[in-house]
Design a binder for this molecule. Sequence first.
Ligand SMILES: Cc1cc2nc3c(=O)[nH]c(=O)nc-3n(C[C@H](O)[C@H](O)[C@H](O)COP(=O)(O)O)c2cc1C
Length: 374
Amino acid sequence: MPSLDDFEQTAKEKLPDWIMNYYATGTGEEQTLQENKAAYKRLRFQPRIMCADKHRDISNRVLGYDVNIPIGVAPSALQSGAHPRGEMATAEGAEKCGTVMIMSSWGQVLIEDVAKSAPNGILWMQTYLNKDRRNTQNIVQRAEKAGFKAIVVSVDSPCVGIRKNKGYQGGDQFIKTLKGEVAAKGFVNYQGAVDDIAKARASGDDRLFKYAWDQSLSCPKWEEVEWLKTVTKLPLIMKGIMTVENAKQAVAVGAKAIIVSNHGGRQLDGLPASIEVLPEIADAVKGTGVEVYVDGGIRNGSDVLKALALGAKFVFVGRPALWGLSMDGADGVAEVLRTLEHELKVTMTLCGCSRLSDIDRSLVIHEAKLKCKL
Ligand SMILES: Cc1cc2nc3c(=O)[nH]c(=O)nc-3n(C[C@H](O)[C@H](O)[C@H](O)COP(=O)(O)O)c2cc1C
């Protein structure tokens, strides 16, 4: 079975450099991007031998929905760069595996078309708290009507992180960087503020790049979440929580779940790896009923098991899904998820776990705590 590194290599060979750069890179010195993966390597297993069963059950429930695997697809923008069917194919891939797909509001396919392409999928809609509330309201209410099951509010992007290398620096450069077919599709889901959108189009920004960019990076405050609750009945999930304090605020404001995430190292460089802050955040919200998920740097089944052991109920992958999408559309996304599923099951058995409830913190130790006898 190929590993996720093989999928990445294939994507690299297949995709034009400028698309690969947009997908793969991070901000600043890319410290957080690299640490997301490196931090998993600093964690080791303490298995329980002679207690695994042949049969492993990794089904789970998230926000009341049954999922076949505890691994879903994180929202990522501009998926037409990876495959002409973009977000529709990703949704189908997740549906095939009986798991969650979060659609980015910066997707290039209509929300309604994604819903139609995966009628039995568990779809969640991501949004920023846009400068003009009409845009957020439009995205959220269309998603609700189309059958999406939850709203994921990304709260880690008051402005765009510093992109020194190859990627993009700001709105203008971003627009220039995106070329051809990907650019042609634009930001189709920005439809709320009709008058301003018409003005943006008239000014030559016909694909709404600059407009959506400017709308999304709006420095929202916590009160904006209170407003959001008044325009939708769907549960709210807050994505981009990296501290205990912010996790408690998310609970207080009524979030039903949080995603511990540093945006895959694409916003504030210098943040810890998400797996490093997961345990304290999971402890802080214990007993509140708020579910805790994590993303960032998960590249194999061992990483998934470590995240579950340290307090996540569910994990998400961002870039790996894009590698699968670029290889083979929906089937490629499903193959990435199945690879992780297979690796998780094998690692569970080797650790002595037969079901997710067997997984707890005692299975994982930080390398700093291993006593060296040399
Ligand atoms: C190309 C790309 C685009 C992304 N776009 C969004 C987005 O529109 N909204 C969002 O909340 N997160 C976005 N993210 C962050 C992902 O949701 C996720 O947090 C991150 O990719 C997880 O790290 P991983 O790629 O190492 O799995 C994006 C990530 C990538 C790689």
